[in-house]
Design a protein around this ligand. Structure first.
Ligand code: 2RA
Length: 350
């Protein structure tokens, strides 16, 4: 008898968690409990053919729960994951509250599944979606060649900023569509403003017909929180505390699926054919790399998919032992709900 709870069940990622559970051929759970804020309590959601009533977040909601998956804001996780643990559950948390806590493992099952079983606080963290989008590919290459340095640029979807981000992008696209703008400085922003959209935007600049080189919040020395997460989380997941990392995180007008251009340097020689073999042997990677046929991964082909898609694999011309490649991963699935659920599956297998 194993009970799984989804905390934040009515949110964007919670809904994807339910989709994933509904799509599994079988699940190891005897009960699935849906937990959300008091505002959403009482709603009924269909899980594996059964209507389940959402219950309000409270200490008693965790009684009898074995594994509680959290997708809620950092402050809510910080308060409630320890409550779930005190009631006997293991918490698998998708917020940033515990990711860099040395007593909390940060887990990508195909890279460091074993660490999910060493959790002094009873909490396992799920990485940020940007880090996660490239981790299956980097983990496989690191096992084969030994990763030494990492330089990345992300192309992050609007849904990384939640429903508010999706709505803003869709509204901006509606505002600029058919207006023929983009030829004059400021004309995109003018059309968006004249459509009545608020001046405040989650992206700090127009996203329609644009790219925005700022994601997350500002941290020291001009770095953003997203860029520091890529650095710190990659080091922790790969067990490389001294890994040299430089990241530039960019928001692009895509609804869902983060992409990353990766420039990775290894301990010794690397070549495209061997890298292709490494990617092809990792079940959670789909390799789409046929440059002659102009076949490569793009977000519109990857959204809704579980695997990480990899393509444009090249041996760097001017940097020894270095590969350049492009990855796309659905930021709401592998980047959030799927990886969290895969951690829960790993825990229940033990
Ligand atoms: C973003 N990575 O894309 C964040 C979401 N966790 O904004």
């Amino acid at each position: 008898m194993t009970t799984l709870a989804i905390v934040g069940a009515t949110g964007a990622v919670g809904s994807v968690m339910i989709d994933i559970i509904n799509a599994r051929e079988s699940v190891p759970w005897s009960e699935i409990r849906l937990i959300a804020s008091p505002r959403s309590a009482g709603r009924r959601l269909r899980v594996r053919g059964e209507e389940i009533e959402v219950v309000a977040l409270s200490p008693a909601a965790f009684d009898g729960v074995d594994i509680a998956m959290f997708d809620v804001p950092d402050a809510v996780s910080a308060e409630w994951a320890p409550v779930a643990v005190s009631r006997g559950a293991i918490a698998v948390d998708n917020s940033g509250a515990f990711r860099m806590d040395p007593e909390v493992p940060l887990v990508v099952p195909e890279v460091n599944a074993e660490q999910a079983h060493e959790r002094p606080k009873g909490i396992v963290s799920n990485p940020n979606c940007t880090t996660l989008s490239m981790m299956a590919a980097l983990g496989a290459l690191h096992r084969a060649f030994g990763l030494r340095e990492l330089v990345v640029a992300s192309y992050q979807a609007a849904s990384g900023a939640g429903q508010e981000g999706i709505d803003r992008l869709q509204d901006e696209i509606a505002a600029v569509a058919g207006k023929g703008v983009g030829h004059r400085r400021g004309d995109v922003a003018e059309v968006i403003a004249s459509a009545g959209l608020p001046a405040e935007s989650p992206f700090n600049a127009p996203l329609a017909l644009n790219v925005v080189p700022f994601a997350g919040s500002l941290k020291d020395d001009g770095w953003t929180s997203e860029e520091l997460k890529v650095r710190n989380e990659s080091r922790k997941i790969l067990g490389l505390p001294e890994l040299k990392v430089s990241a530039t995180c960019v928001r692009v007008p895509v609804v869902t699926t983060h992409s990353i251009a990766v420039h990775a340097t290894f301990d010794g020689p690397v070549d495209v054919a061997t890298a292709h073999q490494v990617f092809a042997s990792q079940p959670s990677i789909v390799l789409v790399d046929e440059p002659e046929a102009k076949r490569f991964p793009t977000p519109v082909d990857v959204v809704g998919e579980d695997p990480t898609y990899v393509g444009r694999v090249r041996q760097a011309l001017d940097f020894p032992n270095t590969l350049d490649f492009f990855v796309c991963g659905d930021n709401l699935r592998k980047g959030a709900a799927l990886n969290t659920y895969e951690i829960a599956e790993e825990l229940v297998r033990s």
